[in-house]
Design a protein around this ligand. Structure first.
Ligand code: FES
Ligand code: FES
Length: 236
């Protein structure tokens, strides 16, 4: 096949086209020599830092410096002085620093309510707030809800009426959501003395129960509402 105009062969016809007068006298030896010299040139340029993307310009992969802070958290009536990474959530401080594992880590995204605790009497998702932001507030976890329970149950303390109602009505199966359900109910009953099924379902809708214990939870909250008599109050 003849070369096209200008002496250039198409890729499909290279083998069979005739060498044009415009093409250099290209040989296998010349080709190998030029390849080796280009490789050496690039290597030398990289060594001198003249080529973009060379090791000298590669972005640093070292971890960013961790910033810590000294904080004081008031949890279940006790002050705790802690040194924490600024990015630590309240949930992680409660569970990992203070050993209060009642608040559960479900989604860690603010969607399930398993991590609910009370801050100043209001229910919050502890996975969604930094511990440093909760200084000066009174935090209540499920461990601090009853009276005189000390470090655990069965030490002569008293369960909160909402806790008792959950037991009485069998308002749980696996129990993973239960601390969040109970604290959410306590906050609800702090301002609602005559709840209806609808108002309970509406208020508690932020706390999911994968076991589907909802009917018994509603009954437990209604029962607790008849018994709290101000007992439900938690520190604000
Ligand atoms: S773990 Fe916090 S909302 Fe799910
Ligand atoms: S009791 Fe199992 S998730 Fe609610």
């Amino acid at each position: 096949m003849e070369p096209s105009a200008g002496g250039r062969c198409s890729v499909f016809s290279f083998r069979s086209c005739k060498r044009s007068p415009a093409m250099p006298n290209w040989s296998r030896r010349l080709f190998l020599l030029s390849s080796v010299s280009s490789t050496l040139l690039v290597a030398a340029a990289k060594r001198l830092g003249l080529v973009r993307g060379s090791a000298a310009e590669a972005p640093s992969t070292s971890a960013p410096e961790v910033q810590t802070a000294e904080i004081v958290l008031t949890v279940n009536g006790a002050d705790h002085r802690l040194s924490v990474d600024l990015r630590t959530t309240l949930l992680d401080v409660l569970r990992d620093h203070l050993g209060l594992t009642g608040a559960k880590k479900g989604c860690d995204l603010g969607q399930c309510g398993a991590c609910t605790v009370l801050a100043g009497g209001r229910p919050i998702n502890s996975c969604l707030t930094f511990a440093v932001m909760q200084q000066g507030k009174t935090i209540t976890t499920i461990e601090g809800l009853g009276e005189g329970l000390g470090e655990g149950l069965g030490e002569g303390g008293e369960l909160h009426p909402v806790q008792e109602a959950f037991i009485r009505h069998d308002a749980l199966q696996c129990g993973y959501c239960t601390p969040g359900q109970i604290l959410s109910a306590v906050a609800f009953l702090n301002h609602e003395q005559e709840p209806t099924d609808d108002s309970i379902r509406e208020w508690m809708s932020g706390t999911l129960c994968r076991c589907g214990a909802y009917p018994n939870i509603v009954e437990a909250v209604k029962d607790a509402a008849r018994r709290v008599d101000g007992h439900a109050a938690v520190p604000l």
